[in-house]
Design a protein around this ligand. Sequence first.
Ligand SMILES: O=P(O)(O)O[C@H]1O[C@H](CO)[C@@H](O)[C@H]1O
Length: 298
Amino acid sequence: MGLKILEEHKPQSLSQKSHFTGCKSTAEWLLAQKAARPQVGIVCGSGLGGLGEMLKDQVVFKYEDIPSFPQSTVLGHTGQLVFGMLEGKPCVCMQGRFHLYEGHPVQKTTLPMRIFKLLGVKTVILTNAAGGLNEDYKVGDIMIIKDHINMPGFAGVNPLAGKNDERFGVRFPCMSDAYDRDLRQLAQDVGEELGYKDFLREGVYCVLGGPSYETIAECRMLHRLGADAVGMSTVHEVIVARHCGMRVFALSLITNKAVMDYNSEEKANHEEVLQTGKQRAEQLEKLVSSMVSRIKHN
Ligand SMILES: O=P(O)(O)O[C@H]1O[C@H](CO)[C@@H](O)[C@H]1O
């Protein structure tokens, strides 16, 4: 349920002030509405919004009510920010993310990461739906992301392009350690304890711009380049989250197998993506909540 917002309490839009100040006033506005200062930020992928339902003592904001926030336009992305407690830890959860193909500039797709940082988030957990490129992967597998290939970045589409604001981070951030090693190990340990060994993987995620799914030649190429899964999100958020010093953990749910064979009758489609999300949602939620219960912050 969204909170009623009084127009006069809305801060100015981001375009009216510096980007940093704008992000800060949005964060302060959210905290002023009785949202608890979160330690963990969660981003739900397509059809994986159920993660947000797990939060207790919820304070919910519709994106349209949050000053300077973009709007969700994709089926399977509800478009609300949920604050609440998960396993005794204060969390904030995006039920719906922003993609390049929705027409948002890349900086806008990643704006929530900077707001997370200014809210006090230390660890970001991102989830997504992705097509499996690795032949060993099956639909329903959960892939811990260990690295990424930023395909739009090769053409200059990077959320950090433009003037750098040192208050967020350095001009040239390192990305070889983007996906926190300890959190990946924690996911492996928790996954094993939960009996997920048969469908828990670790691999490389490649982002493309979308919204068209990949051709067969593109899938073959991506696979040869070292990608295990392909999607249209996450990487830009990760870059911005790391730039401002948050720890990152990310998961892909393999919702469909990328088509690699010219004789195949399979066709990628968003209905299958959402359907697989429904089928694996419970296990994915359990993995994330068990991890959150064990994450330590100083
Ligand atoms: O990455 P998420 O947001 O989970 O969504 C994935 O699912 C959609 C395609 O079915 C694309 O948006 C792709 O990126």
